[in-house]
Design a protein. Structure first.
Length: 307
C-alpha cells in the first residue's frame, strides 16, 4: 500500500470554482490535512508553494487546551522530554522540507517567541542561508497583565526568509501605514521637509503593532494559540499574489486558510490535532454564512507518521 493509498478524503463546499491542478490540487479543491505534517510534505512535489506561514509550538513546556462553548479538551502538547535539542531537531527537519517545497521566488514566515526563536534563527541561517534572511518582524501587542519582576513580554517574533537571495515578492504598498502627525508637520516646513506633503503613508517597519484579539472578538474560537486574521492578512498581502499557493503546516484553528480564501489565494493546511481540524472546518464553512462562498476543499486524514 502506497502512502497516498493511506489518506482518507472527504469533500466539502459547493461552488466548484477551481479546476484540477496536478499534482498539488488533483481534485481542484483546496486541501486540509489531519495528521503528521512531515509525512504530508514528503508527498508534495518540489518548488510548488509560493508562501509558507507556520506557527509551530514555541517550546513553552505546557499543554494547551481549547476552551469554547462547543468544545473543551486538549489541543496539543508543547512538552519536550529531550529538551531544546529534541525541539530544534524536530523543527529543523520540517524546515528543510519546507525549503524544498518553496518556489524559487517563494518565502517562509516562521512565528515564534522568546523561548526558542534565537535557536531557530541559527538553524534557518544554515538551512536557507543567511543571505536569504529578510526580516525579523516584531509583533507587538498589549494583552494580559504586567510583570512586576521583569519587563513585560508583549511581543512575538516572526522570521522571514526567502528561497532565493535575489528574488522574492514584497508589496509594501499594499500594507502601508499612516505617517505620524509629527512627520507630516515636518513635511510642511521647508527647513525640515524630507517627504512630500502628499506622501501621507509609508511602508510599515519591522515592528508590527497589531492588537491581539479581545475576548469578545467575532473571529475568536477558543483555540489557545489562535492568531488574529489581521496579522495573516498583512503577511499574505505583502508576500503573495491572487492565485498563489499558500501553505500552513501548523494551521491550528484555521486562520491561514480562512484569510487565504478571502484573499483569493489557493491553500493547503495541516494540523495533527483533530480538534484543530474540526475548528478549521467550522470556520471555513462559516464563511458561507457570512456571504463569502464556501470554498471547495477536501479534508484528508493522513494515516501514517514520519519521525
Amino acid at each position: 500500500m502506497s502512502m497516498t493509498d493511506r489518506i482518507m478524503r472527504y469533500e466539502f463546499g459547493y461552488n466548484e470554482q477551481y479546476p484540477a491542478m496536478e499534482p498539488l490540487f488533483p481534485a481542484g479543491a483546496n486541501r486540509l490535512f489531519c495528521g503528521d505534517n512531515l509525512a504530508l510534505m514528503h508527498q508534495l512535489p518540489s518548488e510548488c508553494i509560493d508562501l509558507i506561514y507556520i506557527d509551530p509550538p514555541f517550546f513553552t513546556g505546557r499543554d494547551f487546551n481549547i476552551l469554547s462553548e462547543a468544545k473543551v479538551g486538549r489541543s496539543f502538547s508543547d512538552i519536550w522530554d529531550g529538551g531544546m535539542l529534541d525541539y530544534v531537531l524536530w523543527l529543523s527537519i520540517r524546515l528543510a522540507e519546507m525549503k524544498r517545497l518553496l518556489k524559487p521566488n517563494g518565502s517562509i514566515y516562521v512565528h515564534l517567541d522568546w523561548h526558542a526563536v534565537h535557536y531557530i534563527k541559527v538553524e534557518m541561517d544554515k538551512i536557507f542561508g543567511a543571505n536569504c534572511f529578510q526580516n525579523e518582524l516584531i509583533w507587538h501587542y498589549q494583552t494580559g497583565g504586567a510583570s512586576k519582576v521583569r519587563f513585560s513580554r508583549k511581543h512575538d517574533t516572526i522570521l522571514w526568509y526567502s528561497r532565493s537571495p535575489k528574488d522574492w515578492k514584497f508589496y509594501g504598498e499594499r500594507i502601508k501605514t499612516p505617517r505620524t502627525p509629527k512627520s507630516l508637520h515636518r513635511a510642511r516646513n521647508p527647513l525640515g521637509a524630507r517627504i512630500s506633503q502628499l506622501d501621507t503613508e509609508k511602508n510599515p517597519n519591522d515592528v508590527l503593532i497589531l492588537q491581539q484579539m479581545n475576548p469578545m472578538a467575532k473571529e475568536r474560537v477558543g483555540y489557545p494559540t489562535q492568531k488574529p486574521e489581521a496579522l495573516l492578512e498583512m503577511i499574505l498581502l505583502a508576500s503573495s499574489d491572487e492565485g498563489d499557493t499558500i501553505a500552513d503546516f501548523f494551521c491550528g484553528s484555521g486562520t491561514t486558510p480562512v484569510v487565504a480564501q478571502r484573499l483569493a489565494r489557493r491553500w493547503l493546511a495541516c494540523d495533527e490535532s483533530k480538534t484543530a481540524i474540526d475548528l478549521s472546518i467550522e470556520r471555513l464553512a462559516c464563511n458561507g454564512r457570512l456571504g463569502i462562498p464556501t470554498p471547495d476543499f477536501t479534508v484528508e486524514v493522513i494515516e501514517f507518521k514520519s519521525y
